[in-house]
Ligand binder design. Structure first.
Ligand code: UDP
Ligand code: MG
Length: 312
């Protein structure tokens, strides 16, 4: 029988794990696959780890990895994917916002020949209006400026073949933006739409600021457009100042007018100074990325893990 590995990152999810596993157990019988669960405790501060130890004892297909601190969902996904041994791999949130009920349908599509079956939310109901607005804008911007297509509303929830997972693991960049990486590797992808759901319990670990930083990550990791933008506004302001110089020079010759006052000068100095700092900031962001890449630190540190060996 073929095997499906399920990767589940968990951060402060003590309320949701039991509910999640309960739902998954119902799905297990609907698919002709052996299931292997890999939970990743991403440095939770609640009892997540205790619960993971408990379920790993109780079910023989549950394994877990526990980090030494919170390294973020991207790191958790990476650790989980590395640990998978299945012929197929799926990545799911533990809060049931990725409905397990879709798995049979997704597996069906894989059998039809697709390499990746992704999911996307058909609506963003239940989400704050401002958040939806900025999310939409983000996808518009990133798809304009990046060669890697990112699908609006696409979730990390996806079913992949072994081949795709191996390709994803080949990318060993430190700054990982999964939405981009999943799309960058290519392969035939099919998207299934579903209605957005509320969390089964617990709270989201994202706030507006963290989402904003996350979207900047996406842009900087998958596009060089901001650098081009910085060059262009530098060029633009040069051309404008040359034109202005010519104008003032001629004006002075013809009308003998003195060039008016220092307020205009102050404005120009402040404007150019601002532009320079802004562009330096953009360049600095990329240098920062290079810095973290060359340091080449591991994406996470594992403190404890629990895997059952195959032949037990
Ligand atoms: N998560 C994680 N590390 C983090 C933040 C989140 O592993 O630092 C996990 C979390 O436990 C959940 C998934 O990532 O399984 C999605 O998180 P959440 O539900 O908070 O995000 P949302 O669904 O609101 O985008
Ligand atoms: Mg969620």
């Amino acid at each position: 029988m073929k095997k499906l590995s399920v990767v589940i990152p968990c951060y402060n999810e003590q309320e949701t794990i039991a509910i999640y596993l309960n739902e998954m157990k119902k799905i297990e019988s609907e698919l002709p696959l052996a299931f292997e669960y890999i939970f990743i405790n991403d440095g939770s501060k609640d009892d997540t780890l205790l619960i993971l130890r408990e379920i790993a004892d109780r079910y023989d297909n549950v394994n877990f990895i526990s980090f030494s601190r919170n390294f973020g969902k991207e790191a958790a996904l990476l650790a989980g994917l590395k640990a998978t041994t299945g012929d197929f791999v799926t990545v799911m949130d533990v809060d049931l916002q990725d409905p397990p009920g879709l798995l049979p349908q997704m597996y069906q599509k894989i059998q039809e020949g697709y390499d990746i079956v992704g999911t996307r939310r058909s609506s963003r109901t239940g989400e704050p209006v401002i958040r939806s607005f900025f999310a939409k804008k983000f996808y518009q911007v990133i798809n304009q400026i990046s060669d890697t297509e990112m699908v609006d509303g696409a979730r990390d929830f996806r079913l992949m073949t072994r081949q795709v997972v191996d390709a994803i693991l080949e990318l060993n960049e430190v700054n990982r933006f999964s939405k981009g990486i999943f799309s960058w590797v290519g392969f035939d992808t099919y998207y299934i739409s579903f209605e957005n759901r509320e969390r089964s319990a617990g709270e989201t670990s994202w706030n507006f600021w963290s989402l904003f930083k996350y979207s900047l990550e996406g842009i900087i990791n998958f596009s060089e457009a901001p650098l081009t933008f910085a060059t262009l506004i530098g060029l633009g302001s040069c051309i404008m100042s040359i034109l202005a110089m010519i104008y003032f020079f001629l004006d002075n010759l013809v009308t003998q007018n003195p060039v008016p006052g220092w307020p205009s000068l102050v404005c120009i100095i402040l404007f150019l100074g601002g532009l320079q700092l802004f562009c330096l900031g953009i360049v600095g962001k990329y240098i920062g990325k290079i810095f973290t890449e060359v340091k080449n630190r591991p994406n996470y540190i594992i403190k404890e893990s629990y895997f059952k060996s195959e032949d037990e």
